[in-house]
Design a protein around this ligand. Structure first.
Ligand code: FMN
Length: 521
């Protein structure tokens, strides 16, 4: 099998990210991965680098755009710059438009690891802002998660999070990766290696020529496969089964004319099974039709004894429990459609050969699980097939849906109607005899006084309005005007305590620690 290839691409001014990358590389290699470590092109001038007291660069090849598409996966080492990736790395990725246009990175795995000067300096925001690149390229971002419980530590300062391992350099670059941080780096690399390896193994597996002779290659953990397969008419009929975790598949499959292949990895009740069924259905007549997905958490009993009288009968399986029990399919797809609803929880772990009592096929609990599908180190659940707890949890009971026998209440009341007469106004519209108010305020001289002056202006104006309205002979209007005036007048003389307190902040920065900040030249 070809080894999975992972490139580690870093930028590291003071070698903290570089040190993490060495641990990651070593761990990946010890997990069967072919690893190459690169750095990105520096964009700062020598003069600036000197002012920043940057040590010589690590001795690593420079990553170029055309090489980005070579590996199966890329791990990016990112020393934080203002909470995001450094411009040097961004320059590389911003130049990857041609790869994006071709989808050259689509489907490749990506991971991240970090360094910041301080504990809360932005490792997680650096991850999140990097993720947009992966999303646009169609890459599969693999976070570190909480696989290593040390990431939950609260009694020591450390770098790293669910997004990836990390270290903290301190402002002067003096701090080095700690044992805890290196342990997070190893766990992340181990899991990443497992995921990439599993993918590459599955991708490169050749299942296109699967026949019944080799069907066991695709049967991991099942008890009975293809036994006894009776293909009476067509010698080329293949009833191979790809099953990753089931108990009994295609037992006693009788394929009188053509295909009876089933492709299914079990998986959840629908997803993988549907894929497998579809694949089985399109398998060429008389030729291997065992194609399917490689899901996990398999089924218990599938496709037993389905006499198929015609070619192209789709005896695919859609469920992880017992489906497609002895059923005569005269002409194709009906067999599948009718069997889907047949759930027999009691039989979930039994082989239902026609005429036979429930057989000794082992229960789901005793089925061996497939290690190369659910790697131990990822902590992924490796459950054997999950039989439904009860029929009711899968399909509702057969009881009739209860219906209401009550009678809907009807209103007997009468809608009230108004008998009153609409009031009409007899008043005379007031007319203003007052003079237009004039502002007596002086131009403001400062921001603070401007506000007060503005209020004073309003107050004067409102007063004018009040006078005007009052003269206009409607007391109500006059009252409102007076109220407005009162409010504005109050505002005009009010002080702004909030503003005062903001204006006089106290600077509580501790200036006793005077370390040289390397990155602040
Ligand atoms: C321009 C600049 C911006 C930085 N921004 C941050 C920051 O936002 N948060 C932080 O904790 N450290 C920040 N740092 C510190 C770097 O993250 C730190 O030097 C780096 O992680 C060290 O890793 P390295 O040795 O691999 O270069 C910044 C450094 C520079 C030069």
């Amino acid at each position: 099998m070809t080894k999975p290839v992972v490139y580690i691409v870093i930028y590291s001014l003071y070698h903290h990210v570089y040190k993490l990358s060495l641990t990651i590389k070593e761990t990946l290699e010890s997990n069967g991965v072919d690893v190459k470590l690169f750095q990105v092109q520096e964009t700062l001038s020598d003069e600036i680098l000197q002012k920043m007291q940057a040590p010589p660069k690590p001795d690593l090849p420079i990553m170029t755009i055309d090489r980005l598409s070579e590996p199966d996966a890329i791990m990016f080492g990112l020393p934080t710059r203002f909470g995001t990736m450094p411009a040097q790395m961004k320059a590389l990725l911003d130049a990857s438009g041609a790869l994006w246009a071709k989808g050259a990175l689509a489907g490749k795995f990506a991971a991240t690891f970090f360094s910041t000067a301080s504990q809360n300096g932005g490792q997680e925001t650096t991850a999140l802002t990097a993720v947009t690149y992966f999303a646009h390229h169609g890459m599969l971002y693999v976070p570190a998660g909480y696989a290593n419980k040390a990431v939950e530590t609260v009694d020591e300062v450390f770098g790293g999070s669910a997004y990836g391992c990390g270290t903290i350099s301190d402002g002067d670059g003096s701090r080095q990766p700690t044992a805890l941080e290196l342990s997070l780096a190893r766990t992340q690399a181990e899991n990443f290696a497992t995921i990439v390896s599993t993918f590459v193994k599955g991708r490169d597996a050749d299942i296109s020529t699967t026949t019944s002779a080799t069907s066991s290659d695709y049967n991991q953990g099942s008890t009975t496969v293809n036994d006894p397969a009776s293909n009476s008419n067509n010698p080329n009929v293949v009833s191979a089964v790809q099953n990753n975790n089931g108990d009994t598949l295609n037992s006693n499959a009788i394929n009188t004319n053509s295909q009876g292949g089933v492709g299914s990895g079990g998986g959840s009740n629908v997803g993988a099974g549907v894929a497998g069924a579809a694949a089985g259905a399109v398998g060429a007549t008389g030729i291997a039709s065992a194609i399917g997905s490689r899901g996990k958490d398999g089924s218990n009993t599938m496709n037993e004894s389905v006499p198929t009288a015609n070619s192209n009968v789709d005896s695919g399986i859609r469920n992880a429990t017992t489906l497609n029990q002895p059923t005569t399919a005269a002409n194709g797809l009906d067999a599948r459609a009718s069997d889907i609803n047949e759930i027999h929880p009691a039989d979930a772990n039994t082989s239902r050969v026609p005429g036979a009592a429930a057989s000794t096929v082992p229960s789901a609990e005793t089925v061996t699980t497939s290690d190369d599908i659910a790697p131990a180190s990822t902590g992924a659940p490796k459950s054997a097939g999950l039989a439904p707890a009860s029929a009711d949890t899968v399909f509702p009971s057969t009881g009739a849906v209860p219906s209401s026998t009550g009678t809907a209440p009807t209103s007997t009341g009468t809608v009230p109607t108004s008998t009153g007469t609409a009031p009409t106004s007899t008043g005379t519209a007031p007319t203003s005899t007052g003079n237009a108010p004039t502002s007596t305020a002086t131009a403001p001289t400062s921001v603070d006084t401007a506000a007060k002056a503005a209020s004073a202006t309003t107050a004067t104006a409102a007063t004018g309005a009040a006078t005007t309205a009052a003269t206009g002979a409607t007391g109500t209007t006059g009252a409102i005007a007076t109220d407005t005036n009162a409010v504005n007048a109050a505002n005009a003389t009010s002080t702004n305590p909030v503003k005062e307190s903001i204006a006089k902040p106290t600077n509580k920065v501790d200036k006793t620690k005077k370390k040289k900040k390397w990155f602040c030249c």
